[in-house]
Design a protein around this ligand. Structure first.
Ligand SMILES: Cc1cc2nc3c(=O)[nH]c(=O)nc-3n(C[C@H](O)[C@H](O)[C@H](O)COP(=O)(O)O)c2cc1C
Length: 149
């Protein structure tokens, strides 16, 4: 899979008064009509537990300057303190936090899930979306963060 270049997103949700985010590259468009997206989430993650409870999530697509954010939301050390800093996010219609630095975001309700191996494919029905910036994307390739050149 290292030979496959992907974009980098932060999946976010909120459940039982707790906001949570995690770095996700297994994100794709699933359907145009209706508008569906999918993510593949490891079942052992906090995110899996929380999104199965809340049934809502957001996908924040990262721009090329957001490598630090991608590293932060993939590191368990973030769980020791607040994951979201006031002024760096706002709450979407879904209740999920949206990162102000994201180049675009989509919000979704869980449409369906498929358990496959140690991950679940979570299909989301898009409820809101916004393109916020034309900044070029952050890319993940061969276990490293890259930019388009
Ligand atoms: C670039 C990158 C992409 C990732 N993509 C995914 C993914 O698509 N699905 C997934 O379950 N974990 C993915 N991870 C791993 C999670 O971000 C990581 O395990 C995270 O700490 C889990 O958070 P949680 O258990 O606190 O919810 C990725 C990590 C990195 C660095």
């Amino acid at each position: 899979m290292g030979q496959f270049a992907s974009g980098v997103t932060i999946m976010t949700t909120t459940a039982a008064g707790r906001m949570h985010g995690m770095t996700v590259s297994a994100f794709a468009s699933q359907s145009l009509d209706p508008l569906l997206i999918l993510v593949s989430v490891e079942r052992s993650t906090e995110m899996h537990k929380l999104v199965m409870a809340s049934r809502v999530f957001a996908i924040n697509i990262l721009g090329e300057h957001a490598e630090g954010t991608a590293r932060f939301f993939a590191d368990n050390a973030r769980l020791k303190g607040p994951e979201f800093v006031a002024g760096a996010y706002h709450v979407g219609v879904s209740g999920a936090p949206l990162l102000n630095e994201a180049v675009a975001y989509l919000e979704a309700t869980v449409h369906s899930t498929l358990e496959a191996g140690d991950h679940s494919v979570i299909v989301g029905q898009v409820t809101a979306l916004e393109v916020r910036s034309e900044v070029e994307p952050l890319v993940y390739y061969r276990s490293g963060y890259r930019r388009l050149d």
